[in-house]
Design a protein around this ligand. Structure first.
Ligand code: GDP
Length: 424
């Protein structure tokens, strides 16, 4: 139902489908809430100990509470993508390119020591938050705080690698709006996989609700065992995760390698094998839309230039093809993330709505049955009373008739006696 409704949104705007599905779901739950409130009102008007039992009343109250909880939850539901790969492969640069803005710190030497989660904010000025701690931290701290979290001498609590720093970035900035953040996409940048990772806690804490994983690989080298291990763990814990592989820094490879097409073929064969045979997360047919050869740096710089944020953009030979490849990746990524989020997140709410409607129907049916039983009991009592009354009436008529006859007879006897006395 949700998917069908959300298809009304044009196919070239897959992110909007998620918002549309959210709206449809909001309408469904809104109606359900009104119906439950109406039913609760009707039940309240019916006297205690009547044909609505305490359990039936409690069930409707529980449904009312569940609806409220679910409505609160799905307002917060989002589409989540996790970026993963070795330090300096270009994860932050890729994220910034997709956001059309330099939101995350990037550059050689910068090491992300914790998870950074970028999400949209309605405020004009962005801020940071440590996990669930509501205290707002100045955005300027972003470059230092990742290190500070794992630094014992810092004022901040040492939270370790799997801690989360939330980056609330304005959906709308002076240089333009951010489509991804505007449309409820949440982006998670992970610490470099080369930093003695604890994959299981990473996955349990941050990845179980992820819709898409993007492995940012360095086109100048092959996948490391650490990179593979992470995805092998993910594929064990999540059923068929959506994985994209970005062969980043393709500009550098293309400039330095003579047989670039052969190198590309080699990479493709290895990645295909990894996704199709080892991870078993996609078919031979799907895999072509999962592996891309890009230069995030070129894309980021040209997008910054288009927004007037830099004067000059870095572009190496063949940048046009790589830019198209990046856009192609974004198109497939957006389709995939919106489809996955609608299925995994909203379908569960949709199923719950069906269950609740079913429960309400059963509840109402049993109340109607006991009302009908009461009515037939009352009808039987009324029939019995009518029968007794009719019997009484018959008896009374008979009595009245007998009385009249007796009176007549008595009167006749008295009359005869009086006449006889008179003639004597
Ligand atoms: P992270 O540690 O994976 O987040 O990597 P960063 O995004 O911080 O990138 C590390 C360095 O690689 C930065 O200096 C980037 O400018 C550079 N870089 C990222 N992507 C590319 C690319 O596609 N081509 C080139 N030539 N350099 C890149």
């Amino acid at each position: 139902f949700l998917v069908k409704n959300s298809r009304r949104v044009a196919d070239n705007e897959p992110l909007l489908r998620f918002r549309e599905a959210k709206k449809v779901l909001g309408d469904v739950y809104g109606e359900l809430k009104d119906n439950v409130a109406e039913l609760e009102g009707v039940y309240k008007e019916i006297k205690e100990n009547d044909f609505v039992s305490a359990e039936q009343r409690e069930e409707i109250e529980a449904i009312r509470d569940s609806i409220k909880t679910i409505m609160d939850t799905f307002q917060r539901d989002n589409m989540k993508v996790v970026f993963f790969g070795r330090t300096s492969n270009g994860k932050s640069t890729t994220i910034n390119a997709m956001l059309h803005e330099k939101v995350l710190p990037q550059g050689m030497g910068h090491t992300t020591c914790c998870f950074l989660q970028v999400e949209g904010s309605e405020d004009e000025v962005g801020h940071l938050q440590l996990d669930d701690n509501p205290q707002k931290i100045d955005m300027k701290m972003l470059g230092k705080i990742g290190h500070a979290l794992s630094d014992e001498n810092s004022d901040l609590p040492a939270m370790g690698q799997d801690s989360l720093l939330r980056v609330f970035h304005p959906k709308q900035t002076e240089s333009g709006e951010c489509r991804l953040l505007q449309n409820d996409v949440v982006i998670l940048d992970s610490p470099g996989v080369d930093l003695s990772p604890e994959f299981d806690s990473w996955i349990d804490k941050h990845c179980l609700d992820a819709d898409v994983f993007v492995l940012v690989s360095n086109a100048e080298s092959t996948l490391t065992q650490a990179e593979k291990n992470f995805f092998l763990r993910v594929a064990k814990k999540l059923s068929k995760p959506n994985v994209f592989i970005l062969n980043n820094r393709w500009d550098a490879s293309a400039a330095e390698t003579e047989n670039i097409e052969d190198v590309k073929k080699q990479h493709l064969t290895r990645f295909r094998q990894f996704l199709v045979d080892e991870l078993e997360v996609c078919s031979e047919r799907e895999v072509n839309d999962r592996i891309f050869f890009v230069s995030s740096r070129e894309v980021l710089e040209s997008r910054l230039k288009a927004r007037g944020l830099v004067q000059k953009a870095y572009q190496a030979e063949g940048h046009g093809t790589r830019a198209l490849e990046f856009q192609n990746f974004e198109r497939h990524f957006e389709q995939c993330i919106s489809r996955s989020a609608i299925h995994t997140k909203f379908e569960a709410h949709n199923r719950r709505a069906h269950e609740m409607i079913g429960k309400m129907r059963l509840n109402l049916n049993s109340v109607l049955t006991s009302a009908a039983e009461q009515r037939s009991k009352l009808q039987n009592e009324l029939n019995e009373a009518t029968r007794t009354f009719n019997e009484c009436r018959v008896n009374f008529t008979q009595f009245e008739k007998a009385y009249r006859e007796q009176t007549e007879q008595l009167r006749a006897e008295v009359h005869l006696k009086v006449s006889a006395d008179f003639f004597e």
